[in-house]
Design a protein around this ligand. Structure first.
Ligand code: MTE
Ligand code: MO
Length: 469
């Protein structure tokens, strides 16, 4: 752009903080984005990764930025031109980190292409107690990591000091345990919470959950074998092989009490539903923390750290946390809330779907069904359903639960259905469902009072409006 000053990359590098102003460059443009940091839909931490440098590598990884409205917004913050010798050549950085992503089932509803995020349609989701691998939702924060399985090593470190590295075969030598566990994203059902008030996050329907049989070594056995003393540390951190543009891995942690408790059934899993874990779900090794939010179930794990501290990863520190409904982006302090671990009780109606034309059966009922689940090993004991705003509640039949789960270790989801009496003359009805878990926790009635700025823990009654025919 003519008439604007020219800056070198070196000058831009100095503007990597809020005090001196935050500058970035994109192609040949230089931009002052200081006032935009708080407004960044992906959160201020994420945009600060690019502070004082080029956004090009970030936009290759977070490809949802390449839209005309975002380019326009960026142009509105332009303050200058990048000196010619610093402008990246078009063939530079041309490596596409998404070139070798796995082939995915076409029935998945894609919520994000790069990184890939997708969920199955609700009716398909609850057709099987065990979710088939190829329709299991995918939540990737970064490109799928590429690696040669022969080179794979799992490293253990005490704080930052490496204590041992082992191969996959060494993991396979430990006694093999299996657990049927649902994994649910902290943002599952976010689209419903967003209707109460706008928020930031992928618009998940009810399908960011799946139920699978996971097999592998118990983390407690591996840690014990390494001589880890529970008293010496507070947390076990995990790192994935997927790296962000600055070279930081996806990471998360769980309390050491959970990691070392044999009854918590935490696995280093190398199998999903009796076969190798598919690439999208963490091949060759994935942490399974039953009953705990999806984000801590680290895929492609290659480093495990025993530490006094939680994972420094932004996914542990500045994301996947819950807040009061009156906290918004201008007053949020991520340090003030604990990271989400065990998930609250929830349920979803998977059939019929919103706006379906549902035929009323001869006995005046319609067939309704879905899933229910609670975190921390709590069993679902009841699902209540109403078609008249709670004047009458009908108890659903629990059609599938893990028959082998011990008390307090109920990690699988529960499928349910019922023939729900309806008033056909009403024409349109709203069906509500709520689940109750073994601690008699029950879902909250509405989203208004559990709303939080990132749209996590979206467990209010599920409400579906349908037409009776
Ligand atoms: N692990 C790594 N390495 N990278 C990731 O992006 N996403 C997490 C978790 N583990 C993620 C990860 C999140 S937020 C969720 S909800 C689950 O994986 C999704 O698991 P799935 O894709 O197998 O369904
Ligand atoms: Mo997630």
């Amino acid at each position: 752009q003519k008439g604007l000053p020219t800056f070198t990359l070196q000058q831009i590098n100095k503007h990597d903080n809020l005090k001196d102003g935050v500058w970035v460059c994109y192609k040949e443009g230089v931009y002052d984005i200081t006032n935009f940091i708080k407004k960044h839909p992906g959160g201020s931490e994420k945009i600060m990764m690019a502070a004082g440098g080029s956004v090009d590598p970030f936009w290759i990884v977070f490809a949802n930025h390449k839209k005309s409205e975002i380019l326009q917004l960026l142009e509105s913050m332009r303050i200058g031109n990048l000196s010619e010798e610093d402008v990246p050549q078009s063939n530079e950085n041309s490596h596409d980190p998404y070139a070798l992503e796995p082939v995915r089932n076409k029935v998945l509803k894609v919520n994000g292409k790069q990184p890939f995020c997708a969920e199955p349609p609700s009716k398909l989701l609850v057709q099987n107690f065990i979710t088939p691998n190829d329709i299991f939702y995918v939540r990737n924060h970064l490109p799928v990591p590429l690696m040669d399985i022969d080179d794979y090593e799992l490293e253990f470190a005490a704080e930052s000091k490496t204590v041992k590295s082992i191969k996959l075969d060494d993991i396979r030598k430990y006694p093999k345990y299996s657990v049927v566990s649902a994994i649910m994203c902290g943002g599952n059902r976010r689209s419903e919470m967003a209707e109460a008030k706008p928020l930031r996050g992928l618009s998940w329907n009810v399908g960011a959950v799946g139920n699978a049989k996971w097999s592998g070594a118990r983390l407690c056995d591996v840690l014990q074998n390494l001589g880890v003393n529970e008293e010496d540390y507070n947390h076990i951190q995990f790192e994935g092989m997927d790296l962000d543009p600055s070279g930081k891995p996806y990471g998360a942690s769980i309390p050491i009490s959970k990691a070392m408790d044999p009854r918590a059934d935490v696995l280093l899993a190398y199998e999903m539903n009796d076969g190798d874990i598919p690439i999208d779900h963490g091949f060759p090794l994935r942490v399974i923390v039953p009953g705990v939010v999806g984000a801590r179930n680290v895929k492609w794990v290659n480093r495990i750290i025993f530490s006094k501290d939680e994972s420094p990863s932004q996914f542990q520190q500045n994301d996947y946390k819950g807040f009061s409904p009156s906290i918004d982006w201008d007053n949020v302090d991520f340090k003030k809330a604990p990271a989400i671990q065990e998930m609250p009780v929830t349920s979803a109606i998977c059939y019929p779907l919103k706006d379906d034309q549902v035929p009323v059966q001869k006995n005046g009922t319609i067939t309704v069904g879905g899933y229910a689940w609670s975190g921390g090993g709590k069993k679902i004991i009841r699902v209540d359903v109403t078609a008249d705003h709670g004047k009458s509640w009908h108890v659903a039949e629990l059609t599938a639960q893990d028959p082998n789960a011990k008390v307090g270790r109920h990690y699988a989801w529960t499928l349910w259905n019922l023939d729900l009496p309806v008033d056909k003359s009403a024409g349109q009805v709203e069906i509500w469902a709520k689940a109750v878990d073994s601690s008699y926790n029950v879902q909250p009635e509405s989203f208004e009072n559990i709303w939080n700025l990132r749209g996590f823990l979206c467990n209010a009654y599920h409400r579906v409006k349908i037409n009776l025919v």
